[in-house]
Every structure is written in C-alpha cells, then in structure tokens.
Design a protein around this ligand. Structure first.
Ligand code: NAD
Length: 365
C-alpha cells in the first residue's frame, strides 16, 4: 500500500504504529481530523488476517468518527485504535497498560475508549497510564453503559422522522419493527412502548424475545420476516448492511431509523431508499448517543446532560432532511455534507478567534 497517498485520499492527519515486545502489543492509532477537537474513538482488538487489513480498518473507522462527532455537534475530532490480537486469548494487563503509555505519548491528540473486543476493565488498565481514556465504569467516575443514551437518541430520532415523513408529533399507534433486542434494542422498546407504539420484534435469542413480549406487549417475528413487515418504521439494532440488494425491494415501511452501524451496504442505497419514498435516518447521526455519552466524561460525567444532549439528535436530523429535500440528495449524502460544512466553518472560525480566546483565558487566570 502507498501509505501517504492512501492518507491523502482519505484525508487523515496521522497514523501511529506501536510495538512493545514485552507485552506483545501491536497497535495502530489513526487520527483522521482534529479541527473540531481531540480525536476520540474506541480501541478495537481483532484477530486481523494481516497488517494491511488492520490498517484499512483503522483508517475507515477513524474517518467515520470524524463525521459522527461533527454531526453530533461535539468539539471532537475522529480517531480510532486497533490492537492486532485475539481478544479471547491475548489480553493482559501489561498489554493495555503498554497501549495506555503510547496513547499518553500522543499528548491528548487521541482519546481512546472501549470498542469491539475491548471492555471497560481493559480501559481501566489503560487509565493507569493515561488520562486520555473514556468509557470507564461509573464507579470510577466514568459514564458506564452508553446504551440507554444511545437508545434515547434513536427514540428522539424516530420522532423527528415521524414529524418529517408522517407529519405527526405522536407515536401513539405507530407500528415499529425492531431487529435486535440487545443493549440498545430493549431500551428502545421501552421508550417506544411508553409512547403507545405497537412493537414487532425479532432476535436470535428467544429469551430476549420473551422479555419484549411480556414487558411491552410486542409481537414476535422470525428474523428473516422482519424486512417485509407492513410497519411504519423499521429500526435495525443488530447488524450492519441490512439495507442491501436482497432487502431493498421488500421494505413496506416508510421510515428506516435504528442504532446499527453501517446500515447501508453501500452509500448508493441511500438514493434507492429515497426513490422508494422511504425516509432514512443516517446511522451515524441517529446513533450518536453513545459517543455523546462518553464525550461527557471529558467535562465530568453528568447523565442528565448526556440525555439532554442526545435530544439534540431531533434537530440534527431535521436539518439533514431539510438539506436532502432542498438539494434533492439522499439523506446520508446530506448528512456527510452537513458534517463537512461544520468542520470547515469551525476551522475557519478558530483561526479568527484564537487571540480573543487567549486573552479571555488570561483574564480568568
Ligand atoms: P448487542 O450485541 O447488545 O445487541 C445486538 C442484538 O442483536 C443481540 O441481542 C443479538 O442476539 C441480536 N442479533 C444478532 N443477529 C441477529 C439477527 N440476525 N436477527 C435478529 N437479531 C440479531 O448490541 P447493542 O449494543 O445493542 O448495539 C446494537 C447495534 O447498535 C450494533 O450495530 C452497534 O454497533 C450499534 N451501536 C450501539 C451503541 C451502544 O451504545 N451500544 C452505540 C452506537 C451504535
């Protein structure tokens, strides 16, 4: 791979490779963009087939974080770390403390968090070496499980979609299908049930299905039948890429709005949904509650503030829909443009206001 041309094409600022033979750490940190603030993004531990696969993954994921933070209105940039290894057999305290030292060495340009293959416990080991870590337990002053905030953000986002597409402020009687009753899906069911929505649920775990039926009067559905249900909203909360060539003509819903990452198998499917008059809430905009939650740790965690910030997802989506309508583009394209505009505008503003900010700090010193 021609590394610098790859970085140039994807717009990255920095990629760092870490190696520590004592702990066995082989890690990469990619910092995509720090115009809005330090790059925050999780640390993934994965048994990559080769180093190129790890590099491509960290580049792709870190760029996604730039867009997610920007659209959520956070003063954060996008970054991500990957550790090459098997998360089931290769984890040790020294590995994560070694990673923590490397993160410390980046001087705050990158802030880490848990991700696929890493846990709150691992982040606590990282924290022994650096303060540039979020997503630690509530007992240690962290934000704990982000799922309730993510689910609340998705719930708020569904309200925006219903207003935009069905011209209603009420969810009473709204038919919603939920795919995946895990951490986020179950909280989403609870929020929707309280507002009178009629729920259709699926999961490969029968126990979770039973809970949703009992607690929220949901109708259980077989996993493969979820796409062609006659509902108002389909909320994917399990897997990515469920909007694909096999499903796109099956949908009878008028809205797709859920927590899953990378819902469209390819960006062009945003256009396909628009053609079919299905309103799509861009995944990284509607599921930003998790990032909003951990980012709150940076200012001293406050759960109420995290929930209140997640409510902002309503207005964010409305702005995206406005742009999509005005420019006749897909909602995912409109979302990308909104995020890029914010980075550009705040970037310009920063250089303009820097002297004022400096003197302001001195006055308060
Ligand atoms: P989770 O692992 O707790 O739940 C996923 C659920 O989906 C599980 O119950 C699983 O059994 C079910 N599932 C798996 N395959 C399925 C299938 N084929 N059909 C139906 N159900 C299936 O995950 P989560 O934390 O609830 O996250 C859900 C999605 O939201 C993921 O894509 C995640 O990346 C994304 N997300 C989560 C957060 C968060 O705060 N947890 C934040 C942003 C995005």
């Amino acid at each position: 791979m021609e590394l610098f041309s790859e970085l140039n094409e994807r717009g990255h600022e920095q990629v760092s490779f870490f190696h520590d033979s004592h702990s066995g750490l082989k890690g990469l940190v990619a910092i995509h963009n720090t115009v809005l603030g330090p790059a925050l993004g999780g640390c993934r531990m994965w048994h990559y087939k080769n180093e190129t696969e790890a590099l491509v993954d960290v580049l792709r994921l870190s760029k996604g974080m730039t867009y997610k933070a920007a659209i959520a209105g956070l003063n954060l940039g996008g970054g991500k770390a990957v550790i090459i290894g098997n998360s089931k057999s290769d984890k040790t305290e020294s590995l994560f403390r070694s990673f923590g030292r490397f993160v410390e060495g980046l001087g705050g340009r990158y802030i880490t968090a848990e991700d696929v293959g890493t846990s709150i416990r691992d982040m606590e080991h990282v924290r022994m070496e650096t303060d540039y870590v979020t997503g630690i337990s509530q007992a240690l002053g962290g934000s704990g499980d982000p799922s309730p905030v993510t689910a609340y953000g998705v719930f708020t986002g569904i309200k925006a979609c219903v207003m935009e597409h069905l011209n209603s402020t009420s969810l009473d009687g709204l038919k919603v299908s939920i795919q995946g009753l895990g951490h986020v899906g179950m909280y989403l069911c609870e929020n929707l049930h309280k507002e009178g929505a009629e729920l259709f649920v699926t999961d490969i775990d029968q126990t979770l299905m039973g809970q949703a039926v009992e607690n929220f009067g949901a109708t259980p559905v077989e996993p493969e039948s979820i796409y062609d249900l006659d509902v108002d909203v389909y909320a994917p909360c399990a897997l990515g890429a469920t909007v694909n060539p096999d499903t796109v003509d099956k949908f009878k819903c008028s809205i797709i709005a859920g927590a899953a990452n990378n819902q469209l198998i390819e960006n062009d499917f945003g256009v396909e949904l628009k053609k079919r008059n299905i309103l799509y809430a861009p995944d990284y905009a509607i599921n930003a509650g998790g990032l909003i939650n951990v980012s709150n740790e940076l200012e001293g965690y406050n759960r109420e503030r995290a929930f209140s910030q997640a409510e902002g997802i309503y207005d964010t989506l409305m702005e995206i829909f406005r742009r999509s309508n005005k420019e006749d583009i897909s909602t995912n394209k409109a979302s990308d443009l909104q995020a890029e505009d914010r980075i550009r505008k705040i970037g310009e503003l920063k250089s303009f206001y820097l002297p004022y900010k400096k003197s302001f700090k001195i006055r308060n010193a």
